[in-house]
Design a protein around this ligand. Structure first.
Ligand code: M6R
Length: 601
């Protein structure tokens, strides 16, 4: 039915080559099938198949798709098996219209029924396939391609990042955005559209993020934007200054390790976010406070909730975005902090739309300017990680925590919980983070040797206390998602209430145990595990000989202020997961069953 995928389209001299280049940069969004449609003469030619782009390119006769206008798609299946029939693009009955689509069509069953009654033929199990047939209806009634797309959009309920070509109007590509991202760009090389900025960077740095319920008409050397009522909108382009290598691997074997090593820079850039942005966000924080996010971003919420309670006395409840609507009802006057690197996670968007409808104010924390979260939120902070391509979140997590710490310091000052002096000290400590993370990265070989020792394990516990519980959970998530080792992260004090029954000689327990206020109690938990034969690998503060002695292996991190341990302790855990995945012969950038941005509920 629906898809979480990558879209690329262009009018360019060598359109198929550009499309493949763009799709390769989007493959992280989805990678179980791929397809391309180009205009050749009075027909649209489509090639698509199950599998990844590299094998797809070698399997087709590229001479048969030479063209100067086309669209392409990589898919990550949700409903409808990953197979050739369900791969995009989809065409209409006449074979003159082709469509690629990201998003979910809520009323597609009803639309499909109506189209079937009119004699349309379908070849897939997807929701997206109704779109070309609806456009076909519009064209048959004498409407232009653009008006047919608008007509379809007006009948469809749901989210759409949708790109359309037709051999009836071969000089253009029509893009439609509704709740699913699309960016457009232009240069001497041609006119382009994609579902994400990195795909456009080899062709242009002049890009525009489309707004919801707008249409873009792309032609050679020209872009027109309209709302769905046909009112012209002036295109506003931004020049992207990311170096192209930032969106590529830059000599590293994988994006994940490159992104781990980019963390000092990502934090440094995030620390430069102007104070007025942070203050605007801090000013929003009144009434009850909730923090919401999914996966890694939820861990950032959890970490911040501990710190808000402990340092500022603010009771801020973290809630998984997918649970939000079931967990909270009284939201009038509350503030919901929504954390999402992509800003497009459907669970998170659904949580904040619900919260907004109940009278809450929304503060978005995202890495993606122009994403849906920035549009829906009352205020937002945009972390400065640059694009994150590896499916496993790394640098975006560290910058989320950094931004949340910056925010907390400002709130502390505003509410009189921190003195000017304490605020300045906190900022100084934060400013030291890039150097500290760099220092940890300098010892990455040590983590490699620990990964060698433990990579054959089938299970692992990640344990900690206080705000580091979120770090432990993040460490477990990293290990399980890219190395497929069963890993659980939970508060160290909970072992005795159940999980310890799994521990037998050789069981791996990874403790996040820096010398913060909880460290004394963690030793007791280490001893409980040791007594049952567990192997203990601990992240400890440099020079903590006691923790070193009770551990079978340890990795030392520099001494920092307590509130920074959750950030810096994450780095060795990321490196551990990465090295374990490599030793197991797995591709850490494209773990099975996962997609970078989950835009379905
Ligand atoms: O884009 P978001 O931060 O909203 O994404 C949320 C999760 O899907 C994401 O953090 C996921 O858990 C990562 N793959 C974890 O590495």
């Amino acid at each position: 039915m629906s898809t979480v995928c990558g879209i690329f389209g262009c009018l360019s001299d060598t359109a198929p080559q550009a499309i493949f280049e763009g799709l390769k940069r989007l493959e992280y969004r989805g990678y179980d099938s791929v397809g391309i449609a180009v205009i050749r003469g009075k027909k649209v030619t489509v090639e698509k198949n199950k599998g990844r782009i590299a094998e797809f390119i070698t399997s087709i006769d590229t001479a048969q798709i030479e063209s100067d206008v086309g669209i392409g798609h990589t898919r990550w299946a949700t409903h409808g098996a990953p197979c050739k029939e369900n791969a995009h693009p989809f065409t209409d009955c006449t074979g003159t219209v082709a469509v690629v689509h990201n998003g979910v069509l809520e009323n597609f069953m009803q639309l499909r029924e109506e189209l079937l009654k009119k004699g349309h033929k379908f070849s897939s199990n997807t929701d997206s396939e109704v779109i070309p047939h609806m456009i076909e209806e519009g064209l048959a009634s004498g409407m232009s391609l653009k008006d047919s797309v608008v007509g379809a959009a007006n009948s469809i309920k749901g989210s759409m990042g949708c790109v359309v070509i037709s051999s009836r109007e071969p000089d253009r590509i029509i893009c439609l955005r509704r709740e699913s991202p699309l960016v457009i760009g232009i240069s001497k090389k041609g006119t382009f559209c994609a579902s994400d900025i990195p795909a456009l960077l080899p062709f242009t740095r002049k890009v525009m993020v489309m707004q919801d319920d707008t249409i873009a008409i792309l032609k050679r050397g020209k872009i027109e934007i309209e709302d769905l009522c046909g009112h012209a909108i002036k295109p506003v382009f931004t020049v992207i200054n990311w170096s192209q290598s930032v969106a590529e691997k830059g000599g590293y074997p994988h994006f994940m390790i490159k992104e781990i090593f980019e963390q000092p820079l990502a934090i440094k850039e995030t620390l430069k976010i102007p104070l007025n942005f942070i203050d605007r966000a801090a000013g929003l924080m009144e009434g009850k406070v909730y923090l919401t996010g999914s996966g890694t971003s939820y861990h950032a919420c959890m970490s911040a909730s501990y710190q808000m309670a402990k340092r500022l006395g603010i009771d801020a409840r973290p809630i998984h975005s997918s649970e939000f609507t079931d967990a909270v009802s009284e939201l009038e006057g509350a503030t919901v902090v929504a954390v999402s690197q992509s800003g497009e996670t459907a669970d998170t968007l659904s949580a904040i739309k619900y919260a907004k409808s109940k009278g809450a104010k929304i503060l978005g924390i995202t890495n993606t300017l122009g994403s849906s979260i920035t549009i829906i939120s009352n205020a937002y902070i945009c972390t400065q990680s640059g694009p994150e391509i590896g499916v496993a979140a790394t640098k975006t997590f560290l910058t989320q925590l950094t931004a949340l710490d910056m925010l907390m310091l400002r709130i502390g000052l505003r509410r009189g919980k921190l003195s000017e002096e304490e605020y300045r000290t906190g900022r100084r400590q934060l400013n030291g983070l890039p150097k500290t993370v760099e220092e940890i990265l300098g010892s990455s070989e040590r983590i490699k040797s620990l990964a060698m020792k433990y990579f054959t394990r089938r299970d692992a516990f990640f344990l900690a206390r206080g705000a580091n519980v979120a770090t432990a959970m993040e460490g477990a998530l990293k290990l399980k998602e890219i190395s497929y080792i069963h890993a659980e992260g939970y508060p160290a004090g909970e072992s005795k209430h159940g999980p310890i029954s799994l521990v037998e000689p050789g069981f791996l327990c990874i403790f996040v145990a820096p010398t913060d206020s909880a460290r004394g109690r963690v030793i007791g938990n280490v001893m409980e595990m040791k007594a049952r034969g567990a192997k203990i690998f601990s992240i400890i503060t440099r020079g903590d000989s006691e923790m070193g002695q009770v551990s079978d292996d340890y990795f030392e991190i520099p001494q920092v202020a307590d509130f920074l341990y959750p950030i810096i302790s994450t780095v060795p855990l990321q490196l551990f997961a990465y090295n374990v995945a490599i030793l197991k012969g797995l591709d850490p950038d494209k773990p099975r069953n996962l997609a970078k941005s989950v835009t379905v509920l």
